[in-house]
Structure formats: C-alpha cells, structure tokens
Design a protein around this ligand. Structure first.
Ligand SMILES: Nc1ncnc2c1ncn2[C@@H]1O[C@H](COP(=O)(O)OP(=O)(O)OP(=O)(O)O)[C@@H](O)[C@H]1O
Length: 248
C-alpha cells in the first residue's frame, strides 16, 4: 500500500502539490491523469524520495518513507521513464540488467545476463536482441527494452511515466496490454502517468485526477465515464472548453 496524506510541495511561489491524499492498494494499478504541469511527475518523485515534500506524509507498506534506508527502499521500485532513457553505449542486455550489475541488487554477470534474456522474452523480444545497441532498434522495441528493465529485479512497485508517448496506436496497444499483463502476473503495485486515454482504460484499476494541486477525483475505471465531474469529463473527452483553463 502506498499512502499519501496532505502532501504539499512548492517550488518558490509555484504551489504544485497543495494537499494530496491518495491511497494505492497493494497489487493494484492506479493511473494519474491531469493537465501538463499539474505535478504528476513531482508526485512520483515525492514517493521515490527524489523530491522532498514541504509537509505531509508518505508511507509505503505502512512505513514513513523518510525513515527507510535509501538504497534498500529504491531497490523495491521499478521505473519506466518517459522516453525510455536507455544508455546508448550499452548493449540491450546490460541496459535491462543495469541494476543487477551494481549496487544493492548486484548478481554475478552470467546470471544477470540470463535474467535479462528472460525478461526480454517476457516483453516479446528474442535473445538475439540482447547484444544489439539500443540505437539499432525501433522505438517500439526500445520501449519493450525499457519495460524489461523496469521489471528486471521483480519490483514490488512499478512506476510508468508516459509509457506510450511517441508510439503508433497499434504499438501503444501492445505496450498497454503488456503492462497490464505484467502487473497482474507479478502482483506488483503500479502507478502510471499518461495523457493517453486508451492507456488509462487498458492499464487502470483506479484513476486519480490531479488538478490544481489536489486529487480532484479518484475512483475505479468503471466509474470514470459516469463520474459527473466536469473536470474529469473535459479531460477524458479532450474538450477545449470547460472548467479547466487552457492556455492558448
Ligand atoms: N525541480 C524543480 N524545480 C522547480 N520547479 C519544478 C521542479 N520540478 C517540477 N517543477 C514545476 O512543477 C510543476 C509540475 O511539474 P510536473 O513535471 O510534475 O508536471 P506534470 O504534471 O508531470 O506535467 P507533464 O504532463 O507536462 O509531464 C511545473 O510547473 C514545473 O515547472
């Protein structure tokens, strides 16, 4: 369980999070939606301890994150970064096994390679991809490699930041399905940030909408369309007009 209570964070005069309350139950998948710049990434960074909130409390599995030893704590997370963030100079398998080759999760090299190949297979890539460089792969394949890296250490919690950005609709669908399958299969707790409504529908058990620094609406995906919240409606239908101010 991840629990945020009254989390606030400002950067100078920019009050980004203004009292966020959110609970994500163990083994469930929550998608956070909201306009650009509403603080979705800042929210994930607060949970990871990369950004320190000004006030409020964040607990993971019942423990205040500020009391946890850093490396051990981070070892429990997997992360699919926006844009993939693969290391260009490392072959695919070393990208996938990155965290298994150093630090808290270090394994012998041959074992790390075997795990990388198994995870590549899990995301639909054949072992011959392992020794290629990321630049030799298509965008969709690179995204799969990033996904394999996110799950390489069997994390309890996985964050997906814009997992389908830059992919065509068919490849987006494939990645969404893979994320859903992997999260269910691993029993992982997942939080995803996306603007892609087809991703929201494919990945989410629950949806939370961040607006003006607070969770405006939160509920099961099955109730999103009938939320009767004008902000949610405007967002999910991509309407230019409504209560959410748009900058032109
Ligand atoms: N380290 C930082 N220093 C100063 N301001 C920051 C910092 N990180 C984020 N911000 C500000 O916080 C606000 C929220 O940013 P964030 O990246 O969380 O938005 P987002 O909802 O993820 O947006 P997008 O959907 O466009 O990725 C922005 O106004 C941003 O400029």
């Amino acid at each position: 369980m991840i629990r945020l209570s009254e989390v606030q964070k400002s950067f100078g005069s920019n009050a980004v999070l203004r009292g966020v309350n959110l609970e994500v139950a163990k083994g469930t998948s929550t998608v956070v939606i909201g306009g650009s710049g509403t603080g979705k990434s800042v929210l994930l960074k607060c949970i990871l301890g990369l950004v320190t909130p000004d006030s409020g409390r964040i607990e993971v599995a019942g423990k205040d994150i500020t009391t946890q030893p850093r490396d051990e704590f981070l070892a429990r997370f997997g992360m699919l970064f926006q844009g993939g963030a693969l290391f260009d100079s490392l072959p695919v398998w070393q990208n996938v096994a990155f965290r298994l080759l150093r630090g808290e999760l270090k394994r012998p090299k041959a074992e790390a390679r075997d795990i990388a190949i198994e995870k590549l297979r899990r995301v639909g890539l054949t072992p011959d991809v392992a020794d290629r460089l990321p630049a030799e792969l298509s965008g969709g394949m690179q995204k799969r490699v990033s996904l394999a890296r996110a799950i390489a250490a069997n994390p309890e919690i996985i964050f997906f930041d814009e997992p389908t950005t830059g992919l065509d609709p068919i490849m987006s669908g494939v990645i969404n399905d893979l994320i859903r399958e992997i999260v269910s299969e691993m029993g992982a707790t997942a939080i995803t940030i996306t603007h892609d409504m087809s991703s929201v529908r494919a990945i989410a058990d629950r949806v939370a909408m961040l607006h003006k620094g607070k969770i405006r609406w939160e509920g099961p995906i099955s109730e999103m369309d009938a939320s009767n919240d004008p902000y949610v409606d405007q967002f999910i239908h991509g309407r230019a007009h409504g209560p959410i101010e748009t900058v032109r």
